[in-house]
Structure formats: structure tokens, C-alpha cells
Design a protein around this ligand. Sequence first.
Ligand code: NI
Length: 396
Amino acid sequence: MLKQKIQQLAYDFYGETIANRRYIHQHPELSFQEENTARFISQKLDEWHIQHETGLGGHGIIGLIGKPVANKKCIALRADMDALPIIETNTHEFVSKNPGVMHACGHDAHTSMLLTAARILKQIEDQLEGQIKLIFQPAEEKLPGGALGIIKAGGLKNPDVQRIVGQHVFPGLDAGFVGFRSGAYMASADEITIRIKGKGGHAAMPNQINDTVLTAAQIIVNLQQVVSRFAPPVVPTVLSFGRVIADGIFNIIPDEVLIQGTLRTFDEAWRTSAKTHIRRIAENTASAANMKAVVLIEDGYPFVMNDDHATQLAKNAAIAYLGAEKVIDLEQRMTAEDFAWYSQQIPATFYRIGTANAAKEINSNLHTSTFDIDEESLLTGSGLMAWIAVEQLKHK
Ligand code: NI
């Protein structure tokens, strides 16, 4: 049985999966700078005689396993490989050796799991009913997202990919468990910058100056209407502001105040009109106070759309591989992920690998200086990914 064979190989390669993850964890690289990580991946693929191309969309690598079979599919497996500008405060023996850079989003785990999945699939290459494309993707964490570069480099073509699968570590779930969700899963995310411009001056003479600080406050309050009044009530939407810079002092009102925030939702038409509302409300609130608001919106990732069929196949594969008690249904999330770019092009599914372990006190959130995973999740994630690929190939 192929499933047992994959489980055995995942177990045989488990030590190396951990070693690879630790090496990558110790040598994190920021988005679009993943040179050493790419070299490491390429060396491994060479070692296992897996043909691949390097330097795609930056430091991306695409490998191919299996021979083309008439009327058979090509399934892509994707892992991201970049790290974050965070100073690691973990104390284990494989902490980051690159000061100020840390794998705090588990992309080290994603890469090592895909490497092992590739090695497993290479060993059973003759039994594959089609081809597997391996996408080691750079720059997930930075706009416009490395996925776009992979797509522009033709990553989903030649051979054409019918479905794409990605997995992400999840500290909200215990190691050994996995989670799936059909439909819209993660939100689109756009970056909003508003500059309120006026003539500042002495705070004691508000009648002679423009109070940019007051107008900034009014803009933030008025923009709450975007979600509460203009958003379709059935479409989840978040508009949050995390940065307000009014660099005056007790008695000086500055000429300019900067506001930055994020818009997140699950509907492209609404996403477009939400931006119009934001612009209009900010500009008109400022003009009512005889000032100017300059609004700049940088488009981020679209929302992640999990295809029903691809997701159901992956979930069924997980139930067969791990047992139904280890497979859960995920809730929708307002976080974003550049896997969305693939999911807007072809049927896709993005699922979660549980990585928490309360007994080992492993429960820190993603993007924190103490983020860590229970490495037992690597055993689950490497074999499961290979098995999901096999099952995706087998089914229509
Ligand atoms: Ni991530």
C-alpha cells in the first residue's frame, strides 16, 4: 500500500526533516534575499536527483517529479521560504544566527516538510499517476508577494498545474492535528496611508492654524462607518489603524499627521468600493476642516479561495492518513497569505498543520520572538503532503 509506504518513508526521513528545519531556522533570510536558503534547497534536490530550476521570481525554485502521462494531471505543492525582521528570544540550541532575522512564521518548517515530501515522492515516482511540481517560493511576507513572481515566471505552466496545495503551521492547533476549510479562507489585505496636511503652529492659537491632530482623530472615527454602514453585512470586513504619527509636542500642532492601517475582506467588488469610501470619507473630513487628506492605498494580497473539490480531496486524504479524529474544520481568518495569488488562478487548497504542544509550553503566536513548533508536526506534515499529492493525482 502506497499510504503505508509514505508513512514509513516520512518516519525514515524524520531525523533529516528536523535537521533541515533547524538548519533553515538558524540561517533565516528576509523576503527577496533567500539566497542561502535557495542554495540549500537546490543542493538537497540535486542530492536526490530531482530536476529543478532556480532563480524564479527572485530566489524561487521549481522542481518536477514524475513523467508526463497522457490525460494525467500535474499537482503543485508549495512552501514559502522567507523569514521576518524579528529578534529571536528563544533559547533552544538552533536559534537564529542572523541577528534581527527570525523564522517566526514557520516557513523553515514549510520548506523542510516540502523537501521531505519531495524526497518521498521521488522514491515512489514510478507509481505516480501524473506529475508533481514543487514550488519553493520566496518572499511570502512582503508585497507584492513572491507568489506573483512565481506565476509571472510561468510557474503554473509547462507542465500546466491543475491544482495547487499549500500548508501552514498553526499554533492554534496541537501537533498531530490538521485543519481544512472550503471556500474563502483568508482575507485580502490592503495597506492604507493617509496624510493630513495643514498649517500647524502654536497650540494656544487654534483659530489661527489647522488642527491636523483633531482632523486625524475625526478621520479615524468617521472611517468606522466603512465597516459598520457601507460594508455588506454578510461580508466579513476589518479596517484597523495601527500607526498614527503626529510629531508635534505639548503646545505645537504639526503641519502633517500620518495614519496607516489595513483593510481586510473577502469580496473583490466590495474591496474595490471600500477603497472609494475610505478615500471619500478621509478627503471630505479633511476638507470640512479646511485641510487636505492625501490617501494612498497599496493593494496587497487577494483573499485565499479554497476550491471545494481540491479541499475535500485533501481532507479525505488526511482522514485516511491520520484518522478522522485528527482532522478538524477551520474557521475563516482575517489574516492574509500570498498563496491567495495561486488560488485566484487555479483550483487550490491551503490547510493548517497543528504545531502547538501545551505540555512542552510551545504555544507562542506566529510573528512573535518566541514562536516555535513542536517538531513532531514535521512528521505529520511531510508525509501528509506527499500523500495528499498522490491522492490529488489519482482523483479527477
Ligand atoms: Ni507564513
